[in-house]
Design a protein around this ligand. Structure first.
Ligand code: FES
Ligand SMILES: [Fe+2]
Length: 322
């Protein structure tokens, strides 16, 4: 993981008032919503004797442990130890680890790290306010870094997807051309073609595309978009569960079909197709070892892997940053 980043970890619909326990970023976490609708997150194992707070309940906007009734507020402070009586102040060191949360676009982020997020807010893709979307959650038995790299991999389509989006045998990957939009976001333009005997072109030999043509976007630490057209985009949040498991939160955004009802049918038809493509990827990516990728591993890379190398380099830079 990269410390001190906002990670998408859940969709809004997964958290209601009742506490819910999940494993994310290798941690057991409890989430709940207070009466105003705000989402809160604490470490799930109770600081008393380790029972899961997520098995408890929400009382007065606090989460109450099911074992001995300790109550925690949204900052993690224990406010009641029933066995001591309400008359006795709670010792100051009775504090559960709290994660800052942020909710927008139907996603929930947590700030993972040892610093305070301050005014830093997570970034999302622009121009999606008027699109409708349909979402699916897809489990992969791999580290989230491998799942991300797969979506930056421009050389696998004619092999992994030879019966679907990779038909046509466009095996040669010119470029690819990668552009940093800012220090935590880049764009990749892809130029694949059939092998006509000409060597693959270097990135600076490929034309610069206009902003609204098909391309890939990635925002650190775990958000990706396939910008097909302004009206049709595929967004995936790669949610780390632990070192060997990830959840892909897939969304198909569209504003091509706007008639109410028909938009749902459109999304319901195309989402299974996207899941089929993802499963073509998943089948192979889950075989990759080691499960987590490394910048300085012993893989033999070639120029089409450049976006993957750039991803690894930046990830390492962010991991080392304080
Ligand atoms: S384990 Fe939670 S109150 Fe005892
Ligand atoms: Fe793929």
């Amino acid at each position: 993981m990269i410390l001190n980043q906002w990670y998408i970890v859940l969709e809004s619909r997964e958290v209601r008032e009742k506490p819910v326990g999940v494993t994310r970023l290798t941690e057991k976490l409890v989430f709940w919503r207070d009466k105003s609708g705000k989402v809160h997150c604490l470490s799930d194992p109770c600081i008393h004797r380790g029972a899961a707070l997520s098995f408890g309940e929400c009382i007065n906007d606090h989460v109450r442990c099911p074992f001995h009734g300790l109550e925690f507020d949204s900052t993690g402070r224990c406010v009641v130890i029933p066995a001591n009586s309400v008359a006795k102040p709670v010792p100051e060191n009775f504090v559960a680890h709290r994660y800052h949360t942020y909710e927008n676009h139907g996603f929930i982020w947590i700030f993972y790290g040892d610093a305070e997020p301050g005014d830093l807010k997570p970034e999302y893709f622009d121009g999606l306010e008027k699109h409708s979307f349909h979402s699916r959650i897809d489990p992969w038995t791999t580290h989230y870094s491998r799942a991300i790299e797969n979506q930056l991999d421009v050389a696998h389509l004619p092999f992994v997807h030879r019966k679907t989006i990779g038909r046509g045998g466009h095996t040669v990957a010119d470029g690819p051309r990668l552009t940093w939009i800012h220090p935590k976001r880049f764009r990749v333009d892809v130029y694949n073609r059939s092998d006509d005997g000409q060597p693959a072109k270097f990135p600076d030999e490929t034309p610069i595309k206009s902003p609204n043509t098909q391309h890939l976007d990635f925002i650190f630490p775990n958000l990706w978009q396939n910008y097909l057209t302004d009206k049709l985009r595929i967004v995936v949040a790669f949610v780390p569960v632990d070192g060997e498991n990830s959840l892909l939160y897939l969304r198909l955004y569209q504003k091509m079909v706007t008639v109410p009802g028909l938009d749902k049918i459109f999304n319901l038809i195309f989402t299974p197709f996207n899941i089929r493509i993802l499963h073509e990827d998943r089948r192979v990516v889950q075989t990759q070892v080691p499960k987590a990728s490394k910048l300085d591993g012993d893989e033999m890379l070639f120029p089409a892997d450049m976006p993957i190398v750039q991803y690894r380099r930046k990830r390492q830079e962010l991991q080392k940053a304080k």
